[in-house]
Ligand binder design. Structure first.
Ligand code: NDP
Length: 399
C-alpha cells in the first residue's frame, strides 16, 4: 500500500464552498487533435466542484483510502519545518499542482527514499528537479492537455486587457470615477498588430487559433515547425528563433515549458531588442522572464504592459517587484485551475494513479520522466536539467 502525499492550495478564506456560481460545467471528452480527455475507471466528485484546494483533495480521498493507501493532504509546503518536508521522508507518490508547487529539489528527492512518482495535477513539471528525478529513476507525469485550452483563453483575455487598458479603466469605475481620458490615454485596438507566440504547442497553437479572427498578423517560433496546412490556414509566419521574432512584434505571448534552455530567456538584452511599447503575456512560467529586467522595462516604457499568472517562486513574497511594477495585469497562478480545468486534471491524476497501482502503462503523453530519462511529452517538449534553483525563497511568503 502506498503513501500518497498531496500538496494543494488553501481553501477559500471564507471556507470551502457549499454552493457554486453555476450548476454545471460542459463535459469535454476530447481535445483538439483528437487526444481523449482523462479516462479513469470512475470519479468520486461532481465536475464543477473546487477540487484543487485542501478540502477538495482532488476528489481522490475515497478512491485512495478505500484501496488501503494513506492519503496526506497539506498546503504547508515551504521551508524545512513544513508538513510537506516532514511527510516526504516515507512518501511513495507526491502530487502537486503548479499553482501551489511543492518544489521537489534534489535535496528533497534525496530525503524521499521511497519516492517512486511525482504527479503534476496540471501541466508543467519544472517544480521537480527533473535531472534528480532522472538520476533516481523517479517517474514524473503530468495531465497533458487538461488545462491547455483554459490557459489559451486566459492569454487572449490578458492580451485584450493590456492593449485596451481594461484593468485601470475598471479601477476608475470602482473608485466612483468617469475618467475617460485617463482610460483612453493608454488604450489601443489589437486589430492590425503583430502578435507572436514563443512555442506553438498545445497552448500556443490554441492561442493562435483564437486570435485569428481579430485580424492580427500572427507569428510563431518553436523547436518543431507546424504543418504547412496549419501555417496557411492561420496565416502564420515562422521564425527560427525567439531573438529573430520578437523585435518585429507588438505583442508576445510565451507558451514554452520552463527548463534550463528557456530559463531567463527574456532578459535585459532580449527586451531591449523589442519595439518600444510592446506587450508581453506570460502564462508559461515566471522564470522564463528575468524578474528585474521586466520591472525595469515597464518603468522605462520599453514595455507598455506585462501580464500573466506565473511567478517565481510561488507564492511570491510580498515584496516581489511584479506586485508593484507599473502597467501590469498579474494575477495569482490561476489560468489553468478554473473549475472546468480542475475536473479534467483531477480525473487525469486518478487515471495516472490507477495505471500505477495496477501496473498498467501510463499514457505516453502524460510521461515527462520515466525509466531514468525524459519520456513521452517530456522527451518532445522539455530538456534535461534543473529549473528549481531559488525555490527556497517561497518560504518568505509565510514569514
Ligand atoms: P506543449 O508541450 O503542448 O507545448 C510546449 C511547446 O513548447 C512545444 O511545442 C515545444 O516544442 C515548445 N518549446 C520547447 N522549448 C522551446 C524553446 N526553447 N523555444 C520555443 N519553443 C519551445 O505544452 P502546453 O502548450 O500545454 O503548455 C506549455 C507550458 O505552459 C507548460 O509547460 C507550462 O509551463 C505552461 N502552463 C501554464 C499553465 C497555467 O496555469 N498558467 C497551465 C498549463 C501549462 P516541441 O515540442 O515542438 O519541441
Amino acid at each position: 500500500m502506498a503513501k500518497v502525499l498531496c500538496v494543494l492550495y488553501d481553501d477559500p478564506v471564507g471556507g470551502y464552498p457549499t454552493t457554486y456560481a453555476r450548476d454545471e460545467v460542459p463535459a469535454i471528452n476530447s481535445y483538439p487533435g483528437g487526444q481523449s480527455a482523462p479516462t479513469p475507471s470512475t470519479i468520486d466528485f461532481t465536475p464543477g466542484e473546487l477540487l484543487g484546494s485542501v478540502s477538495g483533495g482532488l476528489g481522490l480521498r475515497d478512491f485512495l483510502e478505500s484501496g488501503g493507501h494513506t492519503f496526506v493532504v497539506t498546503s504547508d509546503k515551504d521551508g524545512a519545518d513544513s508538513e510537506f518536508d516532514r511527510e516526504l521522508v516515507d512518501a511513495d507518490i507526491v502530487i502537486s499542482q503548479p499553482f501551489w508547487p511543492a518544489y521537489l529539489t534534489a535535496e528533497r528527492i534525496a530525503k524521499a527514499k521511497n519516492l517512486k512518482m511525482a504527479v503534476t495535477a496540471g501541466i508543467g513539471s519544472d517544480h521537480v528537479d527533473l535531472q534528480a528525478a532522472i538520476e533516481r529513476g523517479i517517474t514524473v507525469t503530468e495531465v497533458t492537455f487538461s488545462n491547455s485550452i483554459s490557459v489559451a483563453e486566459h492569454v487572449v483575455m490578458m492580451i485584450l486587457a493590456l492593449v485596451r487598458n481594461y484593468i485601470p479603466s475598471y479601477g476608475w469605475v470602482v473608485r466612483g470615477g468617469w475618467n475617460i481620458a485617463d482610460c483612453a490615454e493608454r488604450s489601443y485596438d489589437l486589430e492590425g498588430m503583430k502578435v507572436g507566440t514563443v512555442a506553438a504547442g498545445r497552448i500556443g497553437s490554441a492561442v493562435l487559433r483564437r486570435l485569428k479572427p481579430f485580424d492580427v498578423e500572427l507569428h510563431y517560433t518553436d523547436r518543431h515547425r507546424l504543418s504547412a496546412e496549419v501555417e496557411e490556414d492561420l496565416g502564420l509566419t515562422f521564425h527560427e528563433t525567439t531573438a529573430e521574432m520578437v523585435p518585429l512584434l507588438d505583442v508576445v505571448t510565451i507558451n514554452a515549458p520552463l527548463y534550463p534552455e528557456t530559463e531567463g530567456l527574456f532578459d535585459e538584452a532580449l527586451l531591449s531588442t523589442m519595439k518600444r511599447g510592446a506587450y508581453i503575456v506570460n502564462t508559461a512560467r515566471g522564470k522564463i522572464c528575468d524578474r528585474d529586467a521586466i520591472a525595469r522595462a515597464l518603468e522605462s516604457g520599453q514595455l507598455a504592459g506585462y501580464a500573466g499568472d506565473v511567478w517565481f517562486p510561488q507564492p511570491p513574497p510580498a515584496d516581489h517587484p511584479w506586485r508593484s511594477m507599473p502597467h501590469h495585469g498579474m494575477t495569482p497562478h490561476i489560468s489553468g485551475t478554473s473549475l472546468s480545468a480542475q475536473a479534467r486534471y483531477a480525473a487525469g491524476t486518478r487515471e495516472i494513479l490507477e495505471c500505477f497501482f495496477e501496473g498498467r502503462p501510463i499514457r505516453d503523453e502524460y510521461l515527462i520522466v520515466d525509466g531514468g530519462r525524459l519520456a513521452g511529452t517530456g522527451a518532445h517538449s522539455y530538456g534535461e536539467g534543473n529549473a528549481t534553483g531559488g525555490s527556497e525563497e517561497a518560504a518568505r511568503f509565510k514569514a
